[in-house]
Design a binder for this molecule. Structure first.
Ligand code: SAH
Length: 222
């Protein structure tokens, strides 16, 4: 685990956010520790920095948002991570969830389609001292085959259906969590691969920006 900028003036706010997540039912101690140890204020624009530790989504530019911490915590909890996984994230955005993941797994590859967001995320991850993580630019609805297979995949944007390349890049025993947009209403799904079998479970509702790509939505329609 990378050294964290301890002693920054946001420590109290972070603890309060962790407490809120606990009250909302997040039980996975590793996830709570990751939130408690990750400087979210480094991943949001200066104009909204004072709101960095509120449990809300915030604008990060290019029409995108950093998701609500409780949503991210629920996604990460649903992956039941043990610390040994190789993980793929689709939709780096600000890089905050990438930073959380880096504290929960062995290695993270994160794919972002907007180059300026990927560059800002890389910068923020470096400032936060996050290691064992690479941010690449591309259409994440295709996954990222050079580093496949993955034990865990988290998708931070909602497509119309489960992208088949992502299922194909799941390792045996691997878990994927993703939001789907079904005619405007969003659902969260968990996909688990066990040998040749792929199990899909519906987990709840969500609100995410669209997944734009070959196995996502057409950019012209969004
Ligand atoms: N988890 C992020 C929030 C991401 S918002 C955070 O913590 O900040 C969703 C992101 O998915 C946006 O940055 C958007 O540009 C990106 N995205 C949308 N479609 C994509 C695709 N096909 N491949 C990669 N990234 C995509």
């Amino acid at each position: 685990m990378a050294a964290r900028p301890l002693g920054d003036s946001y420590g109290g706010y972070r603890s309060r956010l962790v407490e809120q997540l606990r009250l909302q039912g997040i039980r996975d101690l590793a996830v709570l520790r990751a939130v408690g140890g990750t400087p979210r204020h480094l991943f949001v624009p200066a104009a909204v920095r004072h709101q960095a530790y509120e449990d809300i989504a915030l604008p990060i530019g290019s029409g995108q948002t950093i998701s609500q911490p409780s949503t991210q915590a629920r996604f990460l909890e649903a992956l039941a991570l043990t610390g040994t996984e190789r993980a793929l994230e689709i939709g780096t955005g600000s890089g905050y969830q990438t930073a959380l993941l880096s504290m929960l797994v062995r290695e993270v590859v994160s794919v972002e389609r907007v180059p300026t967001l990927a560059a800002a995320a890389r910068q923020a991850l470096e400032t936060a001292g996050v290691t064992r993580t690479s941010v690449v630019v591309g259409d994440g609805s295709l996954g990222w085959s050079p580093s496949a297979p993955y034990d865990a995949i988290v998708v931070a944007a909602a497509g119309p259906d489960i992208p088949s390349p992502l299922v194909a890049q799941l390792a045996d025993g691997g878990r994927m969590i993703l939001p789907l947009d079904r005619d405007g209403s969003q659902e969260v799904w968990r996909v688990t691969r066990r040998g040749g079998e792929v199990v899909r479970q519906r987990m709840g509702d969500a609100r995410f920006v669209p997944l734009i790509g070959k196995y996502g939505f057409d950019p012209g329609n969004r």
